[in-house]
Design a protein around this ligand. Structure first.
Ligand code: NAD
Ligand code: ZN
Ligand code: ZN
Length: 349
């Protein structure tokens, strides 16, 4: 089959790889009809995250059709249209029962294989899904696959970030980073009831989309964003920050925007060894810090209906819709934030 595979920093190729097969009675094989490229794919491709095996099939966002299921799969069957969260989960272990499906004791991340162990990704003609009954979510016929796919990652991650920030009780909330995740965090924070949501980034077209979503865009280019937010909050800082970047600079910016007693909700994937702020600064701010991988499977019960609600302007995220063959070029454009690229949808099938 065809697949987008990882071959080193800035080296994504369209290659032929063997078709996956059912390896366990709980597996399903799914034909991806839509896949997408996520900012998380860029961490390995741009060299910030180490350890990904050469030849790994990339990607963890998918809407597709079930081709075949193992003998123990009962809830879904061939022909079903499904979406998957970006990690698999059993639905039965203590983390799963606590709603932390991203830390399932049997869970794996799609598109992450290290030292020969792990799971291949969604940017291919066929995908093996372990723990299919508790991982996959059936989607009604006739819905937009692109919209449905968003509930498996960036919409759920944005929702997770906004919930962890306590958005419902915020008068002022700042989102640092207006990539797809930050844009979804802004939309979710407004949905949950935050009064004023500010979105900080340097990329003009991403800030424009934030404004169309109902948030207040603030460019970080001239360094005035912090001053502006301090002015708006009478010098105190905002109630909460959703950090949707995953870099020391973004962490630093986030803590500088927060009021005393504020919450920093970080979903950006951090690959550095130490915090960009000191324990003393956290103490002096009476900081609440919440971070981590989104339990997308648990949140999909809430976010899939939102994704399918056509009053939510989600399709605007997909600035680029391309076939799988254009994947290597699409990685480059998305990674460089060229050509107004916000999110790439790979159209297969
Ligand atoms: N926690 C999770 O479960 C989870 C799930 C999905 C994605 N992520 C992570 O979320 C982050 C964002 O993902 P994405 O797809 O939106 O990525 P993206 O790369 O498309 O977007 C990141 C945005 O941040 C902006 N940015 C960079 N530095 C900044 C700074 N100092 N201040 C303000 N803005 C800054 C960039 O211009 C860009 O628009 C990534 O780290 C990704 O790995 C986490
Ligand atoms: Zn992702
Ligand atoms: Zn589990």
């Amino acid at each position: 089959m065809r697949a987008l595979t990882f071959h080193g920093v800035e080296d994504v190729r369209l290659t032929q790889v063997p078709d996956p097969t059912l390896l366990d009675p709980r597996d399903a094989l799914v034909v991806p009809l839509r896949a997408a490229i996520c900012g998380s794919d860029l961490h390995a491709v741009q060299g910030r995250e180490k350890g990904l095996d050469t030849g790994t099939v990339l990607g963890h966002e998918i809407y597709g059709e079930v081709l075949e299921v193992g003998s123990e799969v009962q809830e879904i069957g061939p022909g079903d249209r499904v979406v998957a969260p970006f990690t698999t989960s059993c639905g039965k272990c203590v983390p799963c029962l606590n709603g932390l499906t991203a830390r399932c004791e049997l869970g794996q991340l799609f598109g992450w294989s290290s030292n020969g162990q792990g799971l291949q990704g969604t940017q291919a003609d066929l995908l093996r899904v372990p723990l299919a009954d508790s991982t996959l979510v059936r989607v009604p016929a006739g819905v937009s696959g692109a919209r449905a796919l968003l509930s498996g990652d960036v919409l759920s991650t944005g929702m997770f970030c906004a919930l962890q920030a306590g958005a419902a009780d915020c008068e002022t909330l700042a989102v640092v980073g207006a990539g797809p995740v930050g844009l979804m965090a802004a939309l979710c924070a407004l949905h949950l009831g935050a009064d004023q949501v500010f979105v900080l980034d340097s990329v003009a077209e991403r800030l424009e989309l934030a404004a169309r979503f109902g948030a207040s865009p603030l460019s970080i280019v001239d360094g005035a964003a912090r001053k502006e937010l301090l002015k708006i909050t009478a010098g105190r800082g905002v109630d909460a920050v959703c950090e949707c970047v995953g870099s020391p600079a973004a962490s630093r910016a986030s803590i500088d925007l927060l009021r005393a007693g504020g919450t920093l909700s970080a979903v950006g994937v951090h690959t550095e060894d130490s915090f960009a702020f000191s324990p003393g600064e956290a103490y002096d701010k009476n900081l609440t810090y919440r971070a981590g991988r989104c339990p997308a499977r648990a949140l999909m019960d809430t976010t899939l209906p939102l994704a399918l609600d056509t009053t939510w302007p989600l399709e605007e995220l997909f600035t680029h819709r391309v076939p799988l063959e254009s994947g290597p070029d699409a990685y480059r454009i998305f990674g460089a934030r060229e050509d107004g690229c916000i999110k790439v949808l790979l159209e297969l099938g």
